[in-house]
Design a protein around this ligand. Sequence first.
Ligand SMILES: [Zn+2]
Length: 332
Amino acid sequence: MGFLDKVKGLGKEMGIGLSGQEQYQRAYEKGVLLQPPDYSAAAKNFAAAGEKFLKEGNGGMACLAHANAALYELVNGRDLSAIPEVIQALEPIGEVPRIGSQDEMVQTAPLIAELTALLHERQAEACDSSADKTTEYTKAADVLMKLGNSTLEIAERLNLKGPVDKGMMRAFYCMALSDYHSALAVVMTSPTQAHDLLQKSAAEFRQALATDWSETVDGYIAQVSSKSHCWMCGREMQGRDLFYMYYPASTEEFHQRLLENSNEDLRMIDREGHVTICTICGSSIENQADRYATMRADEVREWATQVLQAHEEVLENHNDRLRSLERAAHTH
Ligand SMILES: [Zn+2]
């Protein structure tokens, strides 16, 4: 083999001198169909093939190659911020080969729907307010619900939480998250309304088979629906640690009998050494205690400063006397 042939061969290896079609085929052989597949190499070869198809005037294949490049880049890097670009690359074409296959084609419309839903989920995660999260998760759920029982094409490859197999299952999951955040948004206004929303959310998490979530939400339901009277003001409050809390207190059996005899709420002292107080009474006591503590701390600081200052003066005095004694000793 002559030198020029070698260079030519080397160029071929790097993809130089390949036609668009050859480069496209190379994306499969040196990327998608490898065991294990190298999706990074696939994406690069598809992108290069796209450029070549463009130069060759083959617009249709250029679009397909670019769509493949975008898809494999997404699957390889799992960078969800690239989703809008992937959607854009898929929009001009009707179908693409399924990820991992060369011949099996899938329609782009459901794929775009799936990516749109994932984009809404991503936006929901980035939102600060519960109300905005609710809106984005609802949008995601609506899109996913339309995919029904069909299998999701890409979600499973992106390391996402929640169900990634069927569109409908993920829709339930997003609905549950939407109701959960909706409950958080209203809980400080109406624990009753929050309770209803949490119940809906738990049922949806169960439909989505997200057991860890449904169990967590069940715990919140118990918390939000629990009630007790305030020992101090006597009002009934709903929502443990939200509108009433357990405070350490000295309680005796006598107090229980006292409540029983007067037909009062026994839940006030149902935890040993504790009493339930509403958050208004409780916080006013805490604030007052805090005020006294600060006052006392200031007093102590003032007293200590005076004492230390007096000590300092005594020490300085001693030093002066010591120095004059030393001087006297030297002169004799
Ligand atoms: Zn109270």
